[in-house]
Design a protein around this ligand. Structure first.
Ligand SMILES: Cc1cc2nc3c(=O)[nH]c(=O)nc-3n(C[C@H](O)[C@H](O)[C@H](O)COP(=O)(O)O)c2cc1C
Length: 249
C-alpha cells in the first residue's frame, strides 16, 4: 500500500454493519484458541512474586498520571524481581479465566476478552534473574527462559531503528500479537481492535513504571522483520506489535 488515504482504512469501523452475517470461527463452534502459547514441559522457568504478595506501586493514581512522561534516560539501578512481577501483572496479569478459555479477564481490557498478546522480555538488569530473552506466561505468572546469548540488548536496540536509549533499559518489553485469537471472534475487524488493545496495555506499563520510580517509552519505530526474527516468530501467525524499554529514572 503506497497511498496514505488507503492506509486510513484500518481506522474505520465499516465492518460492524456486516458482522452479524459473518460465519466467524466462534459462530461455527470452533474451540477458542489457547490464551497462552504452549511451552516445553522441561523448560527453565522463573518464579515471580505472586500478585497478592506485591507491595510496590502504591503511589496515588493521580500523582502517577500527573508525573507520566515518555522516559528515555535510565539509571543503572536494577529492577527487583518484585518490581518486574508488578509490571508484568499490571500489563497482562490474569484475574479470571473460564475453563473453555472464552472469558479471559486481565488487568487490562481487551475487545471480547480475546487478549491476543504475548509478552517477551529482554532482561538486562533485574536482581536475581540472569540476563537473557524470556517470555511471560500469564496463566502461570512465571517467566520462560528462552536464550542467554550475549549482545541481546544491542540486537534489540539495532532492530528498533538504533534508538540508542533502548540499550540502557533494565528490561525491554516486546509485545507480539497472535491475530487469530481476535479473528476467531471478530474476523476482519481484528486489526483495528488489536491495535487499540495494545495502547491500553502499554498505558498500564507507563503508569505502573512511574509508580515505582521507573519509566518507559512506547516504541513504534522498529523493523518488523528484524524484531520478529529476533523473537523467532513468523510475522504472520504471530508478529511484533509494540515495544517498551523500562528502567529506573
Ligand atoms: C504508539 C507510540 C509510538 C511511539 N514510538 C516512539 C519511538 O519509536 N521512539 C520514541 O522515542 N518515542 C516514541 N513514542 C513516544 C512519543 O514520542 C511520546 O509519547 C510523545 O512525544 C509525547 O510525550 P509524552 O509521552 O512524554 O507525553 C511513541 C509513543 C506512542 C504512543
Amino acid at each position: 500500500m503506497t497511498n496514505v488515504k488507503e492506509a486510513r482504512s484500518i481506522l474505520r469501523s465499516d465492518h460492524w454493519s456486516e458482522f452479524g452475517k459473518w460465519e466467524t470461527d466462534q459462530k461455527k463452534g470452533v474451540p477458542a484458541p489457547p490464551p497462552q502459547k504452549p511451552y516445553p514441559r522441561d523448560a527453565e522457568l522463573v518464579e515471580l512474586v505472586p500478585p497478592a504478595k506485591i507491595t510496590v506501586g502504591v503511589t496515588p493514581l493521580k500523582d502517577v498520571i500527573d508525573k507520566r512522561r515518555s522516559r528515555r534516560r535510565f539509571t543503572e539501578t536494577p529492577l527487583t524481581l518484585e518490581e518486574l512481577s508488578y509490571l508484568l501483572w499490571s500489563t497482562q496479569g490474569v484475574q479470571v479465566l473460564d475453563p473453555n478459555g472464552v472469558r479471559n479477564l486481565r488487568t487490562v481490557p481487551s475487545a471480547g476478552c480475546r487478549h491476543s498478546f504475548e509478552t517477551y522480555l529482554v532482561i538486562n538488569r533485574v536482581r536475581g534473574v540472569k540476563p537473557g530473552l524470556y517470555r511471560y506466561l500469564p496463566l502461570d505468572h512465571r517467566l520462560l527462559f528462552m536464550s542467554g546469548e550475549s549482545g541481546l540488548d544491542e540486537k534489540i536496540t539495532e532492530a528498533c531503528n538504533n534508538q540508542r536509549f533502548i540499550k540502557d533499559a533494565a528490561v525491554v518489553f516486546v509485545w507480539t500479537t497472535i491475530p487469530y485469537r481476535m479473528e476467531w471472534r471478530y474476523s476482519l475487524i481484528a486489526p483495528k481492535i488489536i491495535a487499540i488493545d495494545a495502547g491500553h496495555m502499554c498505558q498500564n506499563l507507563y503508569l505502573a513504571s512511574e509508580s515505582i520510580g521507573a519509566g518507559t517509552c512506547g516504541i513504534g519505530a522498529y523493523s518488523q522483520v528484524k524484531v520478529d526474527a529476533f523473537l523467532g516468530v513468523d510475522g504472520l501467525e504471530e508478529l511484533t506489535i509494540y515495544i517498551a524499554p523500562v528502567g529506573k529514572i
